[in-house]
Design a protein around this ligand. Structure first.
Ligand SMILES: [Zn+2]
Length: 341
């Protein structure tokens, strides 16, 4: 046993990402074999990344799960997914009703994509074409593109299929207003997708993974108007205790803590983690991103989780083993994982 042996569950890591140069699955398998970690959740970023699970076959990666959805920056390339919206909002006219009544198909156990149909089935007539209306609009380029309605039907149908996959442990959405100046229509578009995914999470009883960057207030607004009925984590959390409290009042149940905690400039986050009850904490790397202090110039991997856990233990004045034990239990509860070793 070496000192890396902690068997931590990495609640958020992108081992499909190109920064690993195709070596992500092997790296992940190796870390699980060496008991550095005991499993991981791989959340989607781009639409295409939702289909990375083929690289992680269940037989070889029995403790690896996925969060289906889109990074909020990536929704800017998508027209609104109206057909999915109609599925969870029966008030809107649909070409054909969803075969399962709302509420009836909610449980994950009852999920069965094989016979599932919904208004966006390929080949179905479209209720209303993508109109390019403000609010539906991701980027100017999407306006009136031929085939946009068909594209959104196909893409939302493929996501719906994934939601029925037993390895889908959560849905990923959020708001990211950082860096590039976004127009009001683009911000609204992100909010529409977030509302859509909250609706899907409620409908299919899946927890929500929220990416919230430079948009804490707006995230709370959306959550207040669209209450999640399942658990929700703000991943890569980097705010203060007041913000954490406000988010919890709006329905957030957990906070993903990773490399941000170690960075000198994030004093308010460390103060927050000192106060935050252990049951509200999930450990995550966001690998290959968000490398902790001391790993500059390197690609982040789950090896750094133990350092994050140690820092949390120091802040709280408790043993690191207690932090890891609690974080693993929290992860199993949050993602409703069975047989986590
Ligand atoms: Zn991520």
């Amino acid at each position: 046993m070496n000192k890396e042996t902690y068997k931590i569950f990495d609640t958020h890591a992108h081992y499909d990402h190109e920064l690993f140069g195709g070596a992500g699955p092997e790296l992940l398998k190796d870390m699980i074999a060496r008991d550095v970690i005991c499993g991981a959740v791989i959340p989607a970023i781009t639409f295409e990344s939702n289909f990375c699970r083929d690289q992680f076959p269940k037989e070889e990666f029995p403790s690896v799960y996925f969060a289906a959805g889109l990074h909020p920056k990536c929704v800017l390339n998508e027209p609104a997914w109206g057909s999915l919206k109609r599925l969870i909002d029966p008030g809107e006219p649909a070409g054909r009703p969803f075969s399962g009544e709302p509420g009836e198909s909610g449980s994950r156990d009852q999920k069965n994509t094989a016979g599932r149909s919904f208004p966006g089935d390929p080949g179905e007539p479209v209720g209303r074409p993508f109109s390019g209306e403000p609010g539906e609009l991701g980027s100017r380029d999407q306006k009136n593109i031929p085939g946009a309605a068909k594209r959104q039907q196909d893409r939302s149908a493929r996501i719906l299929d994934l939601i029925g996959d037993e390895r889908t442990a959560a849905l990923k959405t959020g708001l990211d207003f950082s860096k590039k100046k976004l127009t009001d229509a683009q911000k609204e578009h992100q909010k529409q997708f977030m509302k859509l995914f909250i609706g899907l999470a409620n409908h299919y009883k899946l927890p929500l993974v929220l990416h919230v960057r430079d948009a804490a207030e707006e995230c709370v607004e959306v959550l207040r108007e669209n209450s999640p009925e399942t658990e929700a984590v703000v991943h890569c959390f980097n705010y203060d205790m007041d913000t954490a409290r406000t988010m919890m009042e709006a329905g957030v149940t957990r906070f993903g803590i990773g490399g941000m905690l170690t960075r000198d400039e994030n004093g308010p986050l460390r103060e927050c983690v000192r106060e935050l009850p252990l049951p509200n904490i999930l450990l995550e790397t966001d690998a290959p991103f968000v490398r902790p202090k001391g790993y500059e110039g390197e690609i982040n991997t789950s090896v750094t989780l133990a350092g994050t856990a140690r820092l949390i233990a120091d802040l709280k004045g408790i043993a690191v083993g207690k932090v890891i034990e609690a974080a693993n239990r929290n992860a199993a509860e949050f993602y409703r994982l069975k047989n986590m070793s």
